[in-house]
Design a protein around this ligand. Structure first.
Ligand SMILES: Nc1ncnc2c1ncn2[C@@H]1O[C@H](COP(=O)(O)OP(=O)(O)O)[C@@H](O)[C@H]1O
Ligand SMILES: [Mg+2]
Length: 419
């Protein structure tokens, strides 16, 4: 410990120096100004023993200045003075001194009091050290916390920015998608309309074709049919006018008549093909049987029929459409399939009629046939689809090489009892 003794009286100074030697290093000065210098130096004392009556600056003034200064206010001061009054003591203690010892003093009292104050100072120093240590730790922790908070803020800011950016991009993308979607909807709508228009055009084409067929059929029947009949009459008239012995001419007339009858029959068949009046006269079921006889059996293709009567379920127009699908299917069987056997099933199931036509021919690649470009493609399969569509149904074609072909189409019956 370091003790500063301030006394202008040599004897008392030396006496104190001796007593204090037990407590550590002693610095001795004889005036207040020096005392203040040492107290504010780099190595301040732990305790000051201060005389009061001194020339120039008395002990009170020194004490007052020590207590006023922040760096020296904690140094304990003990007045050691010849001033005996209680008022003086009160004044000294009032200025912040820790103790007041009157001269002449007893060594043991001075020692005891100094020891007490030094102990106190030691404890205070220790406490201060602890407090300082804790303060440093706290400051460090605070700084670390501040750094952490700043980093967190930065991270939060970066996150917020990233989030904003993402949100903006999502919004932008959503906007683009909505636009594309709308565009797509418009395109789909336009395409649907175009398809619808195309279908209407092709169905009116098919209707026009039917009308034209009917017209040609009538013309053939009325003009060619009548002319052939007239020719037949004339020929038999000529034959009847021949003499008994004109046998050669008679057989020529007979051959000609046979030929004319064949022609009439041929024209009649063409007329029926072109405009199947049989539908109007006998109905669809009979029409299909007639087709089987004329289109399949005449080509040595055996046919099994499992058909219900559906005539009163369809309108005239619908019957003609169904008839044409059968006609097209049979034409394909004869032309392409090389089959020996076919089967035809017509059933009424719930609200629809199903038609199944099967052959045991060579089969074909449906995708390839339907995908051929227009120039190389026949119209049969397409017109079948078209007619099925006009009937409110659809065609399903299944075919496999060497196994045969199966054509199935279903049509809804809107009004069960049509005539
Ligand atoms: N029953 C069938 N058996 C074998 N091949 C068939 C059959 N029906 C259709 N095809 C094939 O499908 C093709 C397309 O038929 P289609 O559209 O009616 O045109 P086209 O008969 O004028 O060639 C035919 O050329 C043929 O190769
Ligand atoms: Mg065909």
């Amino acid at each position: 410990m370091r003790i500063l003794i301030v006394d202008d009286e040599l004897v008392s100074r030396e006496k104190l120096r001796k007593i204090m030697a037990d407590f550590g290093e002693c610095i001795v000065v004889d005036n207040g100004a020096d005392a203040l210098k040492i107290a504010t130096s780099q190595a301040p004392p732990d305790l000051i023993l201060l005389d009061i009556i001194m020339p120039e600056m008395d002990g009170y003034e020194v004490c007052k200045r020590l207590k006023a200064e922040r760096s020296t206010s904690d140094i304990p001061v003990i007045f050691i003075t010849s001033k005996q009054d209680e008022d003086d003591e009160n004044k000294g203690l009032g200025l912040g001194a820790g103790d007041y010892i009157r001269k002449p003093f007893s060594t043991s009292i001075v020692k005891a009091r100094v020891r007490t104050h030094l102990e106190l100072k030691k404890h205070r120093n220790r406490l201060e050290e602890i407090v300082n240590g804790r303060t440093v730790e706290l400051e460090k922790a605070t700084k670390e916390m501040q750094v952490e908070i700043a980093e967190r803020k930065q991270a939060e800011e970066a996150l917020r920015k990233a989030h904003d950016k993402l949100e903006w991009r999502v919004e932008e993308r959503t906007g683009q998608l909505v636009k594309v979607n709308e565009q797509l909807k418009i395109e789909i709508e336009e395409r649907k309309q175009a398809e619808e228009e195309l279908r209407l055009i092709s169905s009116s084409l098919l209707k026009a074709q039917e009308r034209e067929r009917k017209r040609i059929s009538l013309e053939l029947h009325d003009e060619l049919g009548q002319s052939l009949l007239a020719l037949k009459l004339q020929t038999s008239f000529i034959e009847k006018g021949l003499e008994e012995d004109q046998t050669e001419l008679r057989s020529d007339c007979q051959a000609m008549l046979d030929h004319i009858v064949g022609l009439i029959e041929h024209v009649r068949r063409i007329c029926k093909d072109l405009s199947p009046v049989i539908l109007d006269d006998l109905g669809l079921t009979a029409g299909i049987r007639w087709l089987v006889e004329n289109a399949l059996k005449s080509h040595d293709i055996d046919t099994s029929l499992d058909i219900v009567n559906i005539d009163n379920l369809l309108t005239n127009e619908q019957r003609l459409l169904v008839f044409r699908i059968f006609q097209e299917t049979f034409t394909n069987i004869v032309r392409h399939s090389c089959s020996s056997l076919t089967s035809i099933i017509i059933r009424k199931q719930g609200g629809e009629i199903s038609f199944v036509i099967e052959d045991n021919g060579k089969g074909f690649d449906v995708k390839e046939a339907m995908g051929r470009d227009f120039a190389k493609r026949g119209m049969g399969l397409s017109s079948m689809e078209e007619r099925a569509w006009m009937l409110g149904g659809s065609v399903n074609i299944w075919s496999q090489k060497e196994l045969g072909t199966r054509i199935e189409f279903r049509i809804p019956i809107e009004q069960p009892e049509k005539t």
